[in-house]
Design a protein around this ligand. Structure first.
Ligand SMILES: [Ca+2]
Length: 339
């Protein structure tokens, strides 16, 4: 009996200890986060944002643990290519995109002509990013970006994004009341990060504000972005290929960060089983990607494999994920067959 009682006491004491330490660590991380906010505010003022805007916007910044969880668990890093593409390019998505296009035909056609960007590509990006404006994200972007800046892994990148966001508020390009978006700090129908807004977003309908949650400004801004980074209308994005095992491993890219070993398509002829079925200009510059290597445990080295072209790399500029770019170009082609 005595032993039982002692054991019970010991267990409840341990629970108390655990509670005490978890409170302590929450307190420490809150304290550390608040210290980070104070340092950041000084940095933001130094880089030219008015003190009033810095104080005003940053006063509401809180640490969001969920953001770190989302960041560590992105589907781009664990879903195999086939699943990733299939989930994002279904018939239902095509149907929804066509309905939107029919409703906004005049403006979308006008933007396609003016910026030389296929409407199918614009619809595809909007469909994949936000399911045509349905999932714009409800996160407070200032807190998302603050959390990711406070976190050590990509602090520099997100700190820069946050300073740009404050500048956009300071210059009255963005209204601070509408700063809700994705966990990663992206905003609007096409999920623009602050730097993308700064560099490429436009007030297309000239009513003095950039409205990235409305059709006119968001489509024109996305088209302007793709045009400026060099998307070439009516040229290919990627082709699926069947590789021979004789291909040297050095030609297989599996990282979106740096596409290596680009050659003319005809150079790869001896390594591609279905070469004669590929109906594209064989003098185009291409690279080979095998996106499942390194990500999917036990993935086959040679399949799936794709020849990718300059346009594909423009979509990587948008979002540096091999699967994302494949899904965008696949959905774009699905639209092409329907519109
Ligand atoms: Ca506008």
């Amino acid at each position: 009996m005595l032993i039982k009682k002692m054991l019970k006491k010991l267990i409840s004491f341990n629970i108390l200890l655990i509670l005490f330490f978890s409170q302590c660590s929450a307190f420490t991380s809150n304290y550390e986060f608040n210290t980070w906010v104070e340092n950041f505010k000084t940095q933001a003022v130094k880089s030219g944002v008015s003190k009033k805007v810095v104080e005003d916007v940053m006063s509401k910044a809180i640490f969001l643990p969920k953001v770190i969880e989302y960041d560590k668990f992105q589907p781009e890093f664990y879903e195999d290519t086939h699943t990733y593409i299939e989930k994002r390019t279904r018939k239902n998505k095509v149907k929804k995109g066509i309905a939107l296009y029919k409703k906004e035909k005049l403006i979308i056609d006008k933007i396609e002509k003016e910026f030389l960007i296929e409407k199918e590509l614009l619809l595809s990006l909007m469909g994949i990013e936000t399911n045509f404006g349905k999932y714009l994200g409800k996160m407070d972007i200032v807190s998302s970006l603050s959390t990711l800046s406070f976190d050590k892994r990509r602090s520099e990148f997100f700190t820069k994004e946050l300073i740009i966001l404050l500048k956009l508020v300071d210059q009255q390009i963005i209204d601070k009341k509408i700063l809700f978006g994705s966990w990663a700090g992206a905003f609007g129908n096409f999920q623009f990060m602050p730097r993308t807004i700064q560099d490429y977003a436009i007030d297309y309908n000239k009513n003095t504000t950039i409205e990235l949650k409305k059709t006119e400004d968001s489509f024109a801004s996305a088209a302007n972005y793709l045009n400026k980074i060099g998307w070439k209308k009516n040229t290919p994005c990627f082709v699926k290929i069947k590789l021979k095992k004789s291909i040297p491993i050095k030609y297989l890219n599996s990282s979106a960060k740096n596409i290596k070993n680009k050659k003319k398509v005809k150079y790869f002829k001896k390594y591609i089983k279905n070469y004669n079925d590929i109906k594209i200009d064989k003098n185009l510059e291409a690279a080979i990607i095998t996106p499942d290597i390194d990500i999917i445990p036990g993935a086959n080295t040679y399949t799936p494999a794709y020849l990718i072209f300059s346009n594909y790399e423009k979509v990587l500029n948008w979002n540096r994920s091999l699967r994302f770019a494949l899904a965008v170009c696949t959905l774009k082609d699905n639209f092409k067959n329907e519109i």
